[in-house]
Design a protein around this ligand. Structure first.
Ligand code: TTP
Ligand code: MG
Length: 362
């Protein structure tokens, strides 16, 4: 199987997320061991803790009572999920400033596919660095980032220099990197599988590469095939954005209603310009346009949308005249009513869906 090595995937993972948010909200906690979790009296467990607490051996899913034994000064705070969800949204907004291809994995973790991005001179490393910088400036939180040609390596990379780290695995570095990688780092290899491998004398991916596909299948079933690829640094899973953009539009409400079609037509060029600006990035990232439309809201607040199907890949194929002609049809539907709002836009389709890779849409 051939893998395209030219994808650019970033994996972002916030550092001790819940705890970091709590510490940001209460700066008195800086430098002290802090955990978020259930109370020890009620047999609660630790959701996460900061790195100061980790030095005492405290970790996620540990009983809070045990955590307090290990670290008597530990401050355990009750989780505030809605706060973490809000912060998570803010982080995602930052990711979306760089690409629409964002696949969130949890509140504090996401994959970004920036293969087609023109930002930061097309450098995934610079984009990752810019995102880390922006998260710090806007949210006073640190996130670690991994950059690699596929998801599995990007995820390992983001963990490599945690906290507040950035680690890049370039296509040329994959082989050297993978040889030394312990098998337990592979996704899907938990304690049980790792133990089984150790019994077979396999500790690193270099060891794993020596095992034949047949033997891998014999010991690990269908997972054996994936192991064969992972041991060679290959992972073709696509980044699956949760929300695909379906359309993009701009609109304007006029301070005075437009009395006639001529006035409507005159306002088209400036709307058109605004639309083109917004469109360019989406088109860079592999979207194509499949319809265009004009929406009019009339003085009595009724509205109508007139659209036509149409295919194009870049803004040079859009024209003011096309929107003016759509506007004419829409205006006629108003039977002479004045216009208070005009919106123009295009339908968008993600061309990456044509690649044959199966994409699960949520
Ligand atoms: P993680 O990213 O796994 O952990 P983290 O962000 O706290 O720490 P790290 O610096 O190692 O990335 O999980 C994100 C959040 O999910 C975490 O802050 C709390 C929550 N969580 C739980 O509630 N229970 C768990 O067992 C784990 C692992 C996480
Ligand atoms: Mg995290």
């Amino acid at each position: 199987m051939h893998e395209s090595q030219d994808r650019k995937i970033i994996h972002i993972d916030a550092d001790c997320f819940f705890a970091a948010v709590e510490i940001r909200e209460n700066p008195k906690l800086v430098g002290r061991p802090v955990a978020v979790g259930g109370s020890p009296e009620r047999r609660g467990v630790i959701a996460t803790c900061n790195y100061e607490a980790r030095q005492f051996g405290v970790h996620s899913a540990m009983a809070s009572a045990k955590a307090l034994q290990l670290c008597p000064g530990l401050i355990i705070l009750k989780p505030r999920m809605s706060l973490y969800q809000q912060v998570s949204q803010q982080l995602r907004m930052i990711f979306f400033e760089y690409t629409d291809r964002v696949e969130p994995l949890s509140l504090d973790e996401a994959y970004l596919d920036v293969s087609l991005s023109q930002l930061c001179r097309g450098s995934a490393t610079l984009i990752a660095q810019a995102i880390r910088q922006k998260v710090w400036e806007r949210e006073q939180l640190t996130v670690s980032a991994g950059v690699a040609p596929n998801k599995f390596l990007a995820k390992i990379a983001s963990d490599w220099q945690k906290p507040d780290g950035l680690f890049v695995i370039s296509p040329e570095q994959i082989n050297d990197f993978i040889l030394k990688l312990p098998v337990a780092k592979l996704p899907g290899v938990g304690k049980v599988t790792a133990k089984k491998m150790h019994q077979l004398g396999v500790a690193s991916c270099e060891d794993l590469q020596q095992v034949s596909t047949a033997k891998l299948k014999q010991h690990f079933g269908v997972f054996g095939e994936r192991l064969y690829l992972l041991a060679r640094g290959i992972d073709q899973r696509p980044v699956q954005p949760l929300r695909r953009r379906k359309s993009l539009s701009v609109e304007h409400t006029f301070s005075q209603d437009l009395p006639d079609l001529a006035a409507v037509q005159q306002s088209m060029p400036s709307l058109y310009e605004a639309l083109c600006k917004r469109l360019e990035r989406s088109l860079d990232e592999g979207y194509e346009m499949n319809k265009r439309f004009v929406k009019l809201k009339f003085s009595d607040f009724t509205q109508t949308t007139y659209e036509e199907r149409w295919l194009a890949h870049d803004t040079s194929q859009l024209s003011v005249a096309a929107f003016q002609s759509l506007a004419e049809y829409a205006f006629k539907r108003g039977e002479g009513k004045a216009v208070r709002l005009i919106g123009i836009g295009v339908g968008l389709r993600d061309r990456s869906q044509d690649c044959g890779e199966q994409l699960v849409l949520f």
